[in-house]
Design a protein around this ligand. Structure first.
Ligand code: SF4
Length: 160
């Protein structure tokens, strides 16, 4: 077992044995998924989506979350070869000069005019009493096609 996996498992054991709560900050979504009960996705220092781990994966609402999850490798070569991916365009803007409106809009595959002028507020899109917060004017529909398919349908042909 790798050192990384040992450390992650140690964190989980510590939590379960001592009833410890902690904040785990990482760019590695597979590690976050392994360790966290509840996940907050941030972009340029702004909150994008907050939900329980399983809801975040199975009912992804924010385009940035969908792109992050799409980048996690699948350990099955057949699945990995044929799965859909969301590739983000452009560079990450400077946090000193963030884009107007939604800070993710310069890289968002489904950005619209409103996204440049109006900052999206946190809103609860959860159900059955489970809070699921998202900051997006046009959140993905978990009951429709996969998040990857919804986002790719808006990307220019050469980027699909
Ligand atoms: S508010 Fe607009 S730009 Fe921001 S994530 Fe939602 S659709 Fe994309």
């Amino acid at each position: 077992m790798s050192i990384r996996a040992q450390i992650l498992n140690l964190l989980i054991d510590l939590r379960e044995e001592t009833n410890l709560a902690y904040i785990f900050i990482s760019h590695d979504m597979s590690a976050v998924h392994h360790v966290a009960d509840r996940i907050l996705v941030m972009y340029l220092g702004r909150p994008m989506e907050l939900a329980d781990r399983d809801a975040l994966h199975e009912q992804t609402r924010h385009p940035y979350t969908a792109a992050l999850l799409s980048a996690i490798p699948v350990p099955d070569p057949d699945v990995e070869q044929h799965r859909e991916r969301v590739l983000l365009r452009g560079e990450i803007p400077s946090p000193l000069h963030p884009p107007s409106g939604c800070v993710f809009r310069t890289r968002c595959p489904i950005a619209q005019e409103r996204c440049a002028t109006e900052r999206p507020e946190w809103r609860d899109v959860g159900f059955a009493g489970e809070p699921h917060l998202v900051a997006c004017h046009y959140p993905l529909d978990p009951g429709a096609a996969s998040a990857e398919t919804q986002l790719k349908s808006h990307q220019p042909k050469g980027e699909q």
